[in-house]
Ligand binder design. Structure first.
Ligand code: ADP
Length: 504
C-alpha cells in the first residue's frame, strides 16, 4: 500500500474573493522588494498583493530602474509608449514579482532610469536634476495607459491609483489630455514631499499653460506635482485616519491645507497594514531564533545575539532601546540626544540603525564613540539588521513630529518591542498608551508621549522602564497585546476595495 502523503496545510490568507471586475493600475516610484527607500515601498509591495488575493485584477506601474528590471520574472516587452515629454518614446515591459505573483509594468528608458544611485538621487545623495522629467514621464505613462492612446489592447485600467508626488501629474494628464473614463485616486503618504519645480517644466512636460493657475497645478509660481494630484484626482486617501484630519491644518498640510480642506470630508484615512510574511517573528529568517506571543523566550536569545553583533555588553537585564529610522527632523530623534546620558546612567543601551541628516548622524556617532558597549550606531540601510533590531530590542523609540502612518511602530508591536511614540498621525491610531485602564482591559500596547519635547520623551521612556524593570507580568501582557493584534493588510485592503467600489 502506498503511504498516504502528508500535505502541507494550504495557507489561506483571505477568506473570500470578492466580486470586483474593474482593473486597477497601481502607480508608484518604489515597490518592495524591487526597490525601497522607505514606507512607500512597503505599502506598494503589500497592498497590490493583498488586493490581488481578494480577487482584484491589479497591475503595478513603476520606472524601469535596473534593479527592477533585473528582479522581475518572465520579463517581456509589451508595447511602445509614444508622445512622451522630451524622450518621445519608451518601451513598456511586463514582468511578475516572484513572491507575490503581482504583475508589474516597468517603463524602460535608458536615459531616464538606468543610472547608478537611488530612485531619487545619485550615489552622493544629490537629487537627480531631471526628476521632474523622470516622474513626469511616469505620470504621463499612467495616464496614457488609461486612455485611447494606450498601446495595450487587452488590459486597460478602470481605476488609476497614484501614490505621492511622483505620480501626482497622472490625474492632471488623465483629465486634461487623455480624456479617459478611468477614475484617479491619489494616496498621500507624506505631505512633506510635494515635487515642486520651476514653471518652465509646465511646457517641457507638455502640460497646458491655462491650468498653471491656483485652480490647477500652480503653487507659489512653481509647478507642484502633489497639488496637481490632489486637485484633479477623483478620490483622495491618506495612510491613517488621524493624518487625514491633520493635513487639513496649517501645522501638517505643508501649505496645501486650504485645498485639502475643500475636499475635507472626501479624504479617506486608511491605516497601513504590515506584510506578515516579511515581518513576523515566528518565521523571520533574519533571526537566530524565532519567537511568538506564547513562546517569547526566543526573544532573549535574539537580544543576546544582537548585543554581540553590535558590540554591546551582553547584559540580559539592560533595557535595550531600538531605533530604525531615517534621521530627519520629522522623526524627532534629536529629542533623544539630550536624554542619552540620563538613560545610560539608568542602565539602558541603545541600538540605532539609520541614515539621513549629517548633524544627527554625527551626534549619534559621537555618543556611540563615548559609550562603547552601551551605544551602537549603524549608519546606512540594512534590511536584515532592521529585523534584528526590531526583534532584539526591548522597546522601540519613535518620537516623530508627524507620521502619516509609520510602519516601524507596527513592526515593534508585532515583535514584542513596545513602541514609545508621539501622539501623531498613524502613531496615535495604532499605539495605545499604558495606564491603569488599558492595562486592565488588555489594550495597552506601548507608551505615548504627552507632547513633542525632549522632556516628554524622557518621561515616557522612564514610565516604560518602570514597568519593564519592576512589573514583568504587566510588561509581558503589553507585549502580548501588541503581538496578538491583527496588523496584516486584510482589513486595510478591504477598505481600499470599498474606496474603489465607491468610484465605480
Ligand atoms: P518612512 O517611510 O517615513 O521612512 P516608515 O516607518 O513608514 O517611515 O517606514 C520606514 C521603512 O523603512 C520601514 O520598513 C523601516 O524598517 C525601513 N527603514 C528605515 N530606515 C532603515 C534603515 N536604515 N535600514 C533598514 N530599513 C530601514
Amino acid at each position: 500500500m502506498t503511504p498516504l502523503k502528508v500535505l502541507a496545510p494550504i495557507k489561506v490568507k483571505y477568506a473570500e474573493k470578492v466580486m470586483f471586475t474593474k482593473k486597477v493600475l497601481f502607480v508608484s516610484s518604489e515597490v518592495f522588494p524591487l526597490i525601497k527607500t522607505g514606507g512607500l515601498a512597503d505599502v506598494s509591495g503589500s497592498l497590490p498583493s493583498a488586493l490581488q488575493n481578494l480577487g482584484v485584477d491589479i497591475r503595478i506601474l513603476i520606472p524601469g530602474y535596473p534593479t527592477v528590471l533585473n528582479q522581475l520574472s518572465d520579463l517581456q516587452s509589451i508595447g511602445m509608449l509614444n508622445n512622451l515629454p522630451v524622450i518621445e518614446h519608451a518601451e513598456l515591459m511586463l514582468g511578475t514579482i516572484k513572491d507575490t505573483q503581482v504583475k508589474v509594468m516597468a517603463i524602460k528608458s535608458a536615459s531616464l532610469y538606468e543610472r547608478d544611485g537611488g530612485p531619487y538621487s545619485d550615489v552622493h545623495g544629490e537629487e537627480w536634476p531631471d526628476n521632474a522629467l523622470r516622474f513626469g514621464v511616469l505620470s504621463k505613462v499612467a495616464a496614457i495607459l488609461s486612455g485611447a492612446q494606450t498601446p495595450l489592447q487587452d488590459w486597460q485600467p478602470d481605476i488609476v491609483h497614484c501614490n505621492d508626488w511622483q505620480t501626482g501629474l497622472t490625474p492632471a494628464y488623465m483629465k486634461l489630455q487623455e480624456n479617459t473614463e478611468a477614475k484617479a485616486i491619489i494616496s498621500l503618504h507624506n505631505m512633506a514631499f510635494q515635487g515642486c519645480f520651476p514653471s518652465e517644466w509646465v511646457a517641457t512636460l507638455g502640460l497646458p499653460a491655462s491650468s498653471f493657475i491656483m485652480e490647477g497645478f500652480e503653487y507659489h509660481g512653481q509647478l507642484s506635482f502633489l497639488k496637481a494630484g490632489i486637485y484633479y484626482a477623483d478620490a483622495i486617501s491618506t495612510v491613517s485616519p488621524s493624518y487625514a484630519k491633520e493635513i487639513q491644518t496649517a501645522e501638517f498640510g505643508f501649505g496645501l491645507e486650504g485645498l485639502l480642506k475643500t475636499r475635507g470630508s472626501e479624504i479617506k484615512g486608511i491605516l497601513n497594514g504590515i506584510e506578515t510574511d516579511e515581518w513576523n517573528p515566528e518565521i523571520d529568517t533574519h533571526l537566530i531564533k524565532t519567537f511568538s506571543a506564547s513562546k517569547i523566550a526566543g526573544k532573549k536569545q535574539v537580544k543576546s545575539a544582537l548585543q554581540k553583533k553590535l558590540g554591546l555588553n551582553n547584559d540580559a537585564n539592560a533595557p535595550l532601546l531600538g531605533v530604525v529610522s531615517r534621521l530627519t527632523h520629522q522623526k524627532g530623534l534629536d529629542l533623544l540626544l539630550p536624554n542619552m546620558q540620563y538613560l545610560l546612567d539608568a542602565g539602558c543601551q541603545l541600538a540605532l540603525l539609520g541614515s539621513g541628516e549629517n548633524v544627527l548622524e554625527s551626534a549619534f556617532l559621537t555618543i556611540a564613540d563615548q559609550n562603547p558597549g552601551r551605544v551602537s550606531v549603524t549608519i546606512g540601510y540594512n534590511e536584515p539588521l532592521s529585523h534584528q533590531v526590531m526583534a532584539g530590542c526591548d522597546m522601540f523609540i519613535m518620537p516623530s513630529r508627524f507620521e502619516p502612518c509609520g510602519l516601524n511602530q507596527l513592526y515593534g508591536l508585532a515583535y514584542g518591542t513596545p513602541p514609545i511614540v508621539n501622539a501623531t498621525g498613524g502613531l496615535a491610531d495604532s499605539v495605545i498608551d499604558t495606564n491603569r485602564i488599558t492595562i486592565k482591559d488588555k489594550t495597552a500596547n506601548g507608551f505615548v508621549m504627552a507632547e513633542v519635547s525632549a522632556e516628554a520623551l524622557l518621561a515616557c521612556i522612564l514610565r516604560a522602564l518602570e514597568v519593564f524593570n519592576d512589573e514583568t507580568k504587566i510588561w509581558r501582557q503589553i507585549q502580548k497585546n501588541g503581538m496578538s493584534q491583527n496588523l496584516s493588510w486584510d482589513k486595510s485592503a478591504l477598505e481600499y476595495l470599498a474606496l474603489y467600489q465607491s468610484l465605480s
